[in-house]
Write a protein that binds this ligand. Structure first.
Ligand SMILES: [Zn+2]
Length: 207
């Protein structure tokens, strides 16, 4: 999965999004990048509560000692993190509880950046996207991928809810917004609006 560090080159303040690290080399790679660039991590943000995205929360909390934010509707997934791990055959330190819940009425501010929050359930009930409208950047978690969308066969997933979230919330942004997803490479709103079979009408013909 993709862990993102989003930071300001002037103030050096930044956030870490989905620290889904497991192996030591992954932790070291992130730490080395942060140290090499002199970044001050101010917040840990989770796009949602699936284990591949939260299994490094314990490490991140201990390493950076800053607040961890996520949407409260994924607490059922947080509470069952160890069960999720067992299902996929991985074990990791129990994730610490979030310090603060976030929802659409909140804004996250750091280093002159403001993240708007979209609550985009469907892949999981508490999935959110973080949007920097100034830079036209969306950190989308597992909601929209290049040519695909998040899986909905996992616990509490819902295909209809996910498609509504994408169409009503994510796609209202302009075509030149870049999406940084939780897996695979980046894309843009315009590319997905046109070519993503779940969003351009292709899927509706068979649904
Ligand atoms: Zn997920």
């Amino acid at each position: 999965m993709n862990c993102y560090i989003y930071w300001d080159e002037n103030t050096k303040d930044g956030v870490i999004i989905d620290p889904g690290v497991y192996e030591d080399f992954e932790k070291n790679e992130i730490l080395n990048y942060i140290k090499a660039n002199g970044i001050n991590i101010k917040l840990i943000l989770n796009t949602h509560g699936h284990i591949d995205h939260i299994m490094g929360n314990d490490w991140a909390k201990k390493t950076f000692d800053v607040p961890l934010l996520m949407h409260k509707d994924d607490m059922p997934l947080f509470d069952k993190a160890m069960d999720q791990g067992a299902m996929f055959g991985v074990s990791f330190p129990e994730p610490p509880n979030p310090d603060k819940f976030i929802d659409e009425s909140d804004e996250i501010k750091f280093a002159g950046t403001t993240f708007k929050i979209l609550h985009t359930p469907g892949h999981s009930p508490g999935s959110v996207c973080f949007v920097d409208e100034k830079e036209k950047v969306i950190f989308g978690g597992d909601v929209v991928f290049k040519g695909s969308i998040g899986r909905t066969d996992l616990w509490l997933g819902d295909m209809g809810v996910l498609l509504n979230s994408i169409k009503n919330k994510v796609l209202r942004y302009d075509d030149d917004y870049i999406i940084y997803p939780g897996h695979m490479e980046e894309t843009t709103i315009g590319e997905e609006r046109e070519n993503n079979p779940f969003l351009n009408g292709e899927y509706d013909k068979f649904a």
